[in-house]
Design a binder for this molecule. Sequence first.
Ligand code: FCB
Length: 446
Amino acid sequence: MPMPRAVYTFPRGFLWGTATAAHQVEGGNANNTWAAWEQQPGKIANGDTAGRACEWWQGRWREDFDRAAEAGQNAHRLSVEWSRIQPTPDRWDEDALEHYRQMVRGLIQRGMTPIVTLHHFTDPLWLAERGGWENPETPGLFAVFVAKVVEALRAYVTRWCTINEPNVYTALGYVAGVFPPGKQDIRIAMKVAERLAQGHAAAYEAIHRVQPEAQVGLTVYYRPMRPARPWFLPDRVLARVEGRWFNDYFAVAAASGRRLLPVGSRRDRRLGPALDWFGLNYYTTELVAFAFRRPDFARRFPPKGAPLSEHGELALTPEGLFAGIRWAQRFGVPILVTENGVEDSTDALRPRYLVEHIHQVWRAVNFNWRVQGYLHWTLVDNFEWQRGWTWRYGLWALDVATQRRIKRPSADLYAAICRSNALDTETVARYAPAALDALLPGVAAV
Ligand code: FCB
């Protein structure tokens, strides 16, 4: 019996693309917190540095944008590097702004909608010397920088993302201590979170002042935390409390101008409402178990039976993306999946990962939930923060020394989806047969 064919179509105008961040792809950034962090022994896997990265600053963005456009992508999310544009507090680098202007114009010329992130993990060194986001002046300084960028790029960009994953920035920089500045202090972390939320709202105001028609959002790394033993109250409480701080804090602040407290919340006009769209970054789901002896009272592990990524840290849990979209609905604005992907240098899991996650987006679209697009992380392997070059997220592989790009099979699979604005079981059978069962339950196995 021939296998039935199904075509899961997306709404017209759906955005398909990839996401990148300045420090991870540009190369040659020397004036920001990550460049300094990379010089400290033991901070980055293998002692790697971003180095030349993907040489976008030297112009290779052109060939990579060509790749994306030829692969049917109609959107791209990139970030601008604050330390290039404002190298010292009293100086603006007009050449750097011109460089970014060329890039966003380059996207439009290739038929791609630019989505520009104004802060993606890095801070200028001069800002860090003044205390970074611990300093109450930083939200205002950020808004000044943002207004400058929006002035420069407004002819080409209307969709802005103020801050990428303020929850990850706070958790890894101020609780786990694996991002700069490497602190482990909950009280400081709470302060930094509040300043970032203020920074988002200040940027929101600044952008709308310069460009009234702008669409302004932020992205949150959404990580469902499920109780490992649902029958055990401490696990349930832990999952609830952690999820509330990690997932909810910034979304609630931006959407409603309320600051979450250990119990309840408080209205704070400096935080919002300040949200035109919401960016959902989703990678995996984890189980948490209450563990009295751990500093954070938690043991964490992937759901049983879920296939794992190359280094074993990301579990294939696509239904978490559906849950994330349902969760994000409550903030009352359109949603964009601004990142989703898997580290996988051999492309062993990525085709299945891609199909099963995009299928969940399609399910959400069919509930009429306001999902406007899907951006895969990422186009070409790039510098993966504390993992250096050891984790590979690209649709294209990168040979860092020669700068050669090598297409992975997933690039063709994703191109087929983007070009047809649909997920077709014939394409899936060809590139990711392991995903068929998720699409046609019970049928594929027959
Ligand atoms: C996200 C970051 C992005 C990239 C991916 C893999 O948390 O926003 O820069 O590192 O993870």
